[in-house]
Design a protein around this ligand. Structure first.
Ligand code: NCD
Length: 469
C-alpha cells in the first residue's frame, strides 16, 4: 500500500484498507492536533473552490495550516482565466506547477478527474457537481467508526435529496463496501438515481429491494423507506426472503440517520422543485421519538436548512457539529499520506471486502457520447473524448468514466471492417447476437441509426430491435 503521489477523485480510488489507514492516522493526529506543524512544512496547497463552500474549504485550509504548510486560493470562476475560456486541463497544469497538492470543487461532474489527469501533483475532489464528495464520506465513515467502532452490520438511513446529493452518492457506495445495510428515505421525487442503485447491486454484490411506501403502516408514515440495500453478509438475504418487511429490517433500530438538504441549486425542473419543497421530510423531535431511533446517531453533512429541526441540536444523539469538526484531522491525515510526508501506518485490516471491478474500456472519437449535460466531457469536448466502461452487454450499458452516468446505445458496429471491404461497414441493433460477437476493443456504439449512417455505416440484417421502441 502506498498513497504517496496519488489523487482522490472518487472513493473507489482507495481500498478499504487504505481508508482504515487514513482513519488510524486521523485519530493519532487529532489526539495531538497542535503538534503536527512539521508534517507538511514548506508545502503549498492550492484551494480551488468554484462552488459555494464553508466547511470543506475551511477545513482543508485549516488542515494544511495545522500541518505547517501554506495555502493559495481561487474561489470564483469569474475571477480566474476559466472565465476567459481557459480549459480545466490548462488551469490544472499551471496550478500543478505552483502547488504541491490541489483541492478542487467544481460544478461539472468529472472535473476533478480531468484536473488529476493534467496537474502532475496529487488532486483531491472536494465535490464535482452532483457526482461525488469523497472526503465528506471519509469523515462520515470516520465519525460512524469513532462512535460505533464498526460499520459492518450497521443499519444506516439516508434521508432527503438522494437524487442530487453528492455526499449521499459517495456514502451509499462506501457503506456498501464496508458491509452496512442502507435504508433509503428520499424526499418525494428525489430518489436515488438508477445508476447508483445498479452500482450497489452489481459492484458490491448486495441486493436492493424496493418497498411499496403506500403499504407501510401508520396513517402518516414519517420514516417512509422506499428501498433497502442488504449487503452480502446480511442475515436478511432479500432474495431468499422476498416477503421481508420494513418492520423486520427495523427491529434492531437505525444506527445512524444521515440527513441531507434539498440540493436546490441542482434541481433541474419544476418537478424537482415542487417535490423537493412541498413534501420535503423533516427530522424533528417527534420523528426521533420512534422506537427505531432510540440509539440513532443523527448526522448531516451540513449546511442544514429546514430539514433538521433546531430543537434536535441539544439532543445527545445529534452529532453533526462533531462530525464537521472531524473534517480537519481526516483531511490532515489524507493530505500527509498523499504528499508522502509521513510514514504510512501499518496495513490496517479491513472489516469487509473491497473488490474493484474491472470493466472493459470503451474510448472512441466517433459515435456515442455522454448525455449528462453537467458532465465535464460535454462541457470541454475539445480534448475530452467519449470514454466509458462497458458494464453490461445486454442491454448494452456504458458508464461514463467522468460522471458515471449510464447510456444505453441502440446500435453497434465493429472496427474490424477496416480489415475487410467497405461493404462490411455495417451496423447492427445493440440487442442482436452481434453484441456478443464484437470484442469490446472493436466495439463502436451509436445512439441512433442516423448517427451510424452519417459515419458511412449501412444497416446489416441485424439492425432491427427485437422489441420495438
Ligand atoms: C455538502 C456538499 O457541498 O455537497 N456540504 C459539505 O461539503 N459539507 C452538502 C450540501 O451542500 O448539502
Amino acid at each position: 500500500m502506498s498513497l504517496a503521489n496519488r489523487s482522490l477523485v472518487s472513493l473507489d480510488d482507495l481500498s478499504n484498507e487504505e481508508i482504515e489507514a487514513v482513519f488510524s492516522l486521523a485519530s493519532d493526529m487529532s489526539a495531538d492536533i497542535t503538534n503536527q506543524r512539521h508534517v507538511c512544512q514548506g508545502m503549498i496547497m492550492a484551494s480551488l473552490f468554484f462552488e459555494p463552500s464553508t466547511r470543506t474549504r475551511l477545513s482543508f485550509e485549516a488542515a494544511m495550516h495545522r500541518l505547517g504548510g501554506t495555502v493559495i486560493t481561487a474561489m470564483d470562476v469569474g475571477a480566474t482565466s476559466l472565465a476567459k475560456g481557459e480549459s480545466v486541463a490548462d488551469m490544472a497544469r499551471v496550478v500543478g506547477s505552483y502547488a504541491d497538492i490541489i483541492v478542487i470543487r467544481h460544478p461539472w461532474e468529472g472535473a476533478a478527474k480531468v484536473v488529476a489527469e493534467y496537474a502532475g501533483v496529487p488532486v483531491i475532489n472536494a465535490g464535482d457537481g452532483g457526482h461525488e464528495h469523497p472526503t465528506q464520506t471519509l469523515l462520515d465513515l470516520y465519525t460512524i467508526k469513532m462512535e460505533r467502532n464498526t460499520i459492518k452490520g450497521l443499519r444506516i438511513a439516508l434521508w432527503g435529496d438522494l437524487k442530487y446529493g453528492r455526499t449521499v452518492h459517495s456514502l451509499a457506495c462506501a457503506l456498501a463496501r464496508f458491509g452496512a445495510t442502507i435504508l433509503f428515505r428520499p424526499a418525494p421525487g428525489l430518489e436515488l438515481p438508477d445508476h447508483i442503485s445498479r452500482k450497489l447491486s452489481t459492484e458490491y454484490k448486495g441486493q436492493i429491494k424496493k418497498l411499496d411506501i403506500t403499504e407501510q403502516s401508520g396513517e402518516e408514515r414519517l420514516f417512509a423507506v422506499d428501498a433497502v440495500y442488504a449487503p452480502p453478509s446480511s442475515p436478511h438475504q432479500l432474495a431468499m426472503m422476498p416477503d421481508i418487511g420494513l418492520e423486520v429490517e427495523l427491529e434492531g433500530g437505525v444506527d445512524a440517520l444521515y440527513v441531507t438538504r434539498a440540493q436546490k441549486e441542482r434541481h433541474a425542473s419544476g418537478t424537482d422543485r415542487d417535490g423537493g419543497k412541498k413534501k420535503y421530510p423533516v427530522v424533528d423531535r417527534r420523528l426521533l421519538k420512534g422506537k427505531e431511533f432510540k440509539q440513532t446517531l443523527v448526522m448531516h453533512p451540513l449546511p442544514r436548512v429546514d430539514e433538521l429541526a433546531r430543537e434536535v441540536d441539544a439532543d445527545p444523539r445529534s452529532l453533526y457539529f462533531k462530525q464537521a469538526a472531524r473534517g480537519v484531522p481526516v483531511r490532515m491525515a489524507l493530505m500527509s499520506l498523499l504528499l508522502g510526508t509521513i510514514p504510512e501506518p501499518a496495513a490496517q485490516p479491513s472489516e469487509s471486502f473491497s473488490r474493484k471491478v474491472e470493466y472493459p474500456h470503451y474510448s472512441r472519437d466517433i459515435g456515442v457520447r455522454c448525455r449528462n449535460p453537467k458532465c465535464v466531457a460535454l462541457n470541454e469536448p475539445g480534448y475530452i473524448g467519449a470514454e466509458f466502461q462497458i458494464i453490461n452487454g445486454k442491454p448494452l450499458t456504458l458508464r461514463c468514466v467522468y460522471c458515471e452516468h449510464e447510456t444505453f446505445p441502440r446500435y453497434i458496429a465493429s472496427t474490424e471492417w477496416h480489415n475487410g471491404t467497405v461493404e462490411a461497414k455495417r451496423y447492427h441493433s445493440a440487442d442482436s447476437h452481434m453484441a456478443r460477437k464484437i470484442r469490446p476493443e472493436n466495439l463502436i456504439a451509436f445512439d441512433s441509426e442516423g448517427e451510424a449512417q452519417s459515419l458511412g455505416f449501412k444497416p446489416s440484417r441485424y439492425n432491427r430491435w427485437s422489441v420495438s421502441e
